[in-house]
Design a protein around this ligand. Structure first.
Ligand code: KIV
Length: 262
């Protein structure tokens, strides 16, 4: 059975869906063993891995390279590639070419792109070309320059209505799922009840059909603690303490010992 059919069956059976970000083969192999349903090569790698302030600088070539790495480690778990800023806005033709590259060259199962009514024709064209699409509404980090920041969206009545219209447009265009980012739990629950496709929440409360997080956030790699991500480990501290011990041991001449030598 195809991975999208499996996802649909789980959704219809009421099983919660788990998406997590992965940017390379090492992490995707761990995510696969952990039992995630989908691995998302998020453009958040621009912040998390590349060290930029936002997701705008990451390029098509860079996203493609990370998608290839992620697919190699994913042990058959389906991978969704995030379409980077300005890879689908110029024309439908451009969107088709770039999404096609993620499938043909990257080995991805699907692509994700941000936007609602504005990208309905783009999603439709990709789905018509047999490229599965995951939508993304609510907070759209690629719009940071016009939004002016990363605040919770949909707090006012009119904004909430706009997000509902966006989610419906994404569904109508043929997306197999939609990410709801940083919107009030009540609004996310309403959208989840309204749609016939799974909602995948991030900072959107517990009533979505599934959840997605930046894996590095839940593993505690970042110094900054985020409200939306419960930390299941403190990997930064674990790594730091191990590395400090190593530095100190080399300085003292305590490593390598004869055990590590030939
Ligand atoms: O880029 C990303 O990682 C994302 C999500 C976390 C949904 O788009």
């Amino acid at each position: 059975m195809s991975s999208l059919k499996k996802l649909r069956e789980k959704y219809l059976a009421g099983e919660k869906l788990v998406f997590l970000t992965g940017y390379d083969a090492l992490m995707s192999s761990i995510l696969a063993e952990a039992g995630v349903d989908f691995i998302l090569v998020g453009d958040s790698l621009s912040n998390v891995i590349a060290g930029y302030d936002n997701t705008l600088p990451i390029t098509m070539e860079q996203m493609l390279w990370h998608t290839q790495m992620t697919v190699r480690g994913a042990k058959g778990v389906p991978v969704v590639a995030d379409m980077p800023f300005m890879s689908y806005e110029v024309s439908i033709e451009q969107a088709l070419i770039n999404a096609g590259r993620f499938i043909k060259e990257g080995g991805a199962t699907a692509v994700k792109l941000e936007g609602g009514t504005a990208v309905e024709p783009v999603i439709k064209a990709l789905v018509n070309a047999h490229i599965p699409v995951c939508g993304h509404v609510g907070l759209q980090p690629q719009s940071v320059l016009t939004l002016g920041g990363y605040s919770v969206q949909g707090k006012s009545g009119s904004d909430a209505e706009r997000i509902k219209t966006d989610a419906l447009a994404v569904q109508k265009a043929g997306a197999f799922a939609v990410v709801l980012e940083m919107i009030p739990s009540k609004l996310a629950a309403e959208i989840t009840d309204m749609l016939d496709i799974p909602t995948i929440g991030i900072g959107a409360g517990p009533r979505c059909s599934g959840q997605v997080l930046v894996t590095h956030d839940l593993l505690g790699f970042n110094e900054r603690k985020l409200k939306i991500a419960k930390r299941y480990a403190e990997m930064r501290e674990v790594a730091l303490s191990a590395l400090k011990s190593y530095v100190s041991d080399v300085k003292k001449g305590a490593t390598p010992s004869e055990e590590n030598a030939f």
